[in-house]
Design a binder for this molecule. Structure first.
Ligand SMILES: [Zn+2]
Ligand SMILES: [Zn+2]
Length: 434
């Protein structure tokens, strides 16, 4: 069984790879790229309608003072508060997580659009996307102790915030004799809080930060009945995310320490062993990384997302080991990964480099170009720019090769991955030229 995107026709060898999204006429299976585009259009339309209603409402009310203008203003205000309440909703989760000593990885304002701004506060990334509608908070348990209770408190904090804001607004409105405009603003604020509360506690899954996640209502229902196994899996995920974050910050030794802790606690957990492979890649121990990912592949015969990323990582290890006898395996594995997860930029990038290795530069270039556009972090873009430089060097286009090398340096001169990639790709390009 395969999946096919209803919108762009992209196919994946993974069954049910594409999320189900409601369009106006039908229930369609969209690939993550089309789903994100569709959601971005919806959110832009919502923000556009909000701006028009606010402008018409304010102008109409000031000029005529009639009730239709006031109604337009009220609806615009409900939509505006809906956007403004998101950071407070997410902060309620985040602050409670810090109080109950959970690990806070990131707070994301906006669920679609590119990353516009990131700031790191107390070890947590605050991320602002270009379309500031929707949001998410990534939290994981540092230990399994009292997890159900702590998790319940973290999730409940945001709905409680809205109930509190509704209560305070109602009391303030009753105690003061405000005029028509202040009353309209207050009731728009109350209604917006009520709608946000209702949507967050009505149990469902929703799209946030590039994936489908359970909303507050669903998490609250699940929290008290979570199995021991599920709690341990969450803790293992926390250790994996710590290790991956260290790798992203070019701290492979620190990442190794996290994985050693993880292996001591959960020796058979696939996500910890996957993390071990990633750390070996970070430490440039390509042969050991390849062995580990091959071992993970041999377990379980169902094609899965984990299988696809293992294929991708085997290809990556083969390519960076700079052994031409492994290029055939890199080609086969990167193709399997690409056939399963063709929308992911790192999968495209690996496939592109594998194609360069086997001399199919013309096919590689569009893939590397698309991956370059998709990558959001400067380090990833810098790394991909180095890959593009290697392709152009291989094609004998020194000017383009230099352009991408300079771009890689300009994108992130501090990122040691640039130097590493330049060196590796340089050796690799030299290797395949021989
Ligand atoms: Zn699509
Ligand atoms: Zn929430």
């Amino acid at each position: 069984m395969t999946s096919k995107c209803t919108s762009c026709g992209l196919e994946s060898t993974l069954e049910d790879a594409f999320q189900q999204a409601h369009s106006s006429q039908c229930r369609a299976a969209y690939c993550p790229t089309c789903l994100a585009d569709w959601q971005a259009q919806q959110q832009k339309a919502r923000l556009g309608s909000m701006a028009i209603l606010l402008a018409v409402g304010v102008a109409g009310y000031l000029l005529t003072g009639n009730s239709i203008a006031l109604l337009a203003l009220a609806i615009g205000l409900v939509m505006l508060f809906d956007v403004l309440l998101i950071p407070f909703h997410e902060l309620a989760h985040a602050v409670t997580a810090l109080i109950v000593r959970m690990r806070l990885f990131n707070v994301c304002i906006g669920s679609v659009g590119r990353i516009a701004w990131v700031i790191r506060v107390f070890g947590c990334d605050i991320v602002l996307r270009t379309i500031p509608a929707g949001g998410s908070t990534l939290i994981a348990p540092r230990s399994t102790r009292w997890f159900r209770l702590r998790n319940f408190a973290v999730v409940l904090a945001a709905p409680l915030l809205h109930i509190g804001l509704i209560g305070i607004s109602l009391v303030a409105w009753q105690r003061n004799h405000w005029g028509t405009l202040a009353t309209t603003v207050t009731w728009a604020f109350i209604l917006s809080n009520f709608l946000t509360l209702a949507l967050s506690v009505w149990p469902r899954k929703c799209w946030a930060d590039g994936r489908m996640i359970a909303n507050d209502g669903l998490l609250l229902l699940q929290a008290p009945i979570l199995s021991r196994r599920a709690i341990e899996a969450s803790h293992a995920q926390c250790i994996l995310m710590e290790a991956l974050e260290c790798l992203e910050r070019n701290q492979p030794d620190e990442a190794r320490r996290w994985i050693e802790t993880g292996l001591a606690t959960y020796p058979d957990d696939p996500s910890i062993r996957y993390g071990q492979g990633m750390v070996l890649l970070g430490l440039r121990q390509y042969a050991q990384a390849r062995e580990l990912f091959l071992e993970l592949l041999s377990e379980g015969d169902e094609p899965s997302e984990l299988h696809a990323v293992c294929h991708n990582n085997i290809a990556w290890a083969d390519l960076l080991a700079n052994k031409p006898e492994l290029y055939a395996e890199a080609d086969e594995c990167s193709k399997k990964a690409y056939d399963a997860l063709p929308w992911l930029p790192n999968i495209k990038s690996t496939r592109g480099i594998a194609l360069v290795a086997i001399g199919r530069q013309n096919e590689a270039l569009p893939l590397l170009g698309k991956a370059f556009e998709q990558f959001e972090s400067k380090c990833d873009r810098a790394l991909n720019a180095c890959c593009l430089a290697a392709v152009f060097a291989r094609r004998g286009d020194a000017e383009q090769a230099q352009k991408y090398t300079a771009q890689a340096r300009g994108l992130d001169p501090e990122c040691p991955l640039v130097a590493w990639a330049e060196q590796s790709m340089g050796e690799f390009a030299a290797g395949i030229t021989r």
